[in-house]
Design a protein around this ligand. Structure first.
Ligand code: NAI
Length: 262
């Protein structure tokens, strides 16, 4: 167990799977109390059990990030149980692929509700508690390389992730102006092996019913030649969450094996 975020209380949305899970485990391994939230209850509880078994501190709370009243309850619960919130990782997200001509308004709105509304609500409801915690705070919004450049068949997803990128910078300035000590940054993962690729692939190639070959894709597209793992993103999130990044706000942290270089 390390102590890079010792004594801090962290909330990780979408923490039951993939990158969120990696972030929850990493923050707990470095001494934070981690509130893992998701809509996949069994998996979320598994993540918490694993953290506790490893000697870390965590709890699972069910949370649909699109619901404002749920956000209010989750933050109120953290305030009453822990008295503070130091780290918010807005990670929950989905990817809906396919031609924009085939995208229904319902699907567009569902993706935007999770990927963008969820980030807005998290920021809005967490900042007041962070401000009363006394030591500032760190908000990390998970965007994507798809928030930095366009990607065919992912236009709706790109729109949400580009929105997260600029929303992050605007809130970073607002917090800096308020001198509340809260830093706000975005993280832009490249090709990371997680279950999200199952759903994206189903939309891109209906019936494929299998994740794309990330090894082959990475060999072609990623300068470093290999796919990323949730831990690669978690390492960046840990640093942004820790006091080591005390002078860093409004930054785009790209973790992509060089994908954006081409
Ligand atoms: P994942 O599918 O493994 O995890 C996403 C989690 O979010 C799941 O546990 C899911 O249950 C949860 N979630 C979905 N809707 C929710 C809702 N309404 N309320 C609460 N939780 C909800 O996918 P992954 O890859 O770990 O994705 C995490 C974040 O990383 C997402 O924002 C995604 O867009 C982003 N990302 C992922 C990349 C990749 O290559 N895997 C690349 C760039 C960004």
């Amino acid at each position: 167990m390390g102590d890079r975020v010792k004594g801090k209380v962290a909330l990780v949305t979408g923490g039951a799977s993939g990158i969120g899970r990696g972030c929850a485990e990493k923050l707990a391994a470095e001494g934070a109390f981690v509130v893992v939230t998701d809509i996949q209850d069994a998996l979320g509880q598994e993540v918490v059990a694993g953290i506790q078994k490893a000697g870390g501190k965590a709890e699972y709370v069910r949370q649909d990030v699109t619901q404002e009243d749920v956000w209010a309850d989750v933050v109120a619960g953290i305030k009453s149980r822990h008295g503070r919130l130091d780290i918010l990782v807005n990670n929950a997200g989905i990817g809906i692929g396919g031609s924009i001509l085939d995208m229904t308004l319902e699907a567009w709105r569902r993706q935007t509700a999770i990927n963008l509304d969820g980030v807005f609500l998290g920021v809005k409801h967490s900042i007041p508690l962070m401000r009363t915690s006394g030591d500032g705070g760190s908000i990390v919004n998970i965007s994507s390389v798809a928030g930095l450049k366009g990607s065919a068949n992912l236009a709706g997803y790109c729109a949400t992730k580009g929105g997260v990128r600029l929303f992050t910078k605007a809130v970073a300035l607002e917090c800096a102006n308020a001198k509340d000590g809260i830093r706000v940054n975005s993280v832009h993962p490249g090709l990371i092996e997680t279950p999200i690729w199952l759903t994206v692939q189903e939309a891109l190639t209906p019936g494929a019913n299998a994740p794309p070959d990330l090894d082959a894709m990475s060999a072609m597209a990623v300068p470093l030649g290999v796919k990323g793992l949730p831990e690669d993103i978690a390492n960046g999130v840990l640093w942004l969450s820790s006091d080591e990044a005390r002078y860093v706000t409004g930054m785009e942290m790209v973790i992509d094996g060089g994908l954006m270089l081409r």
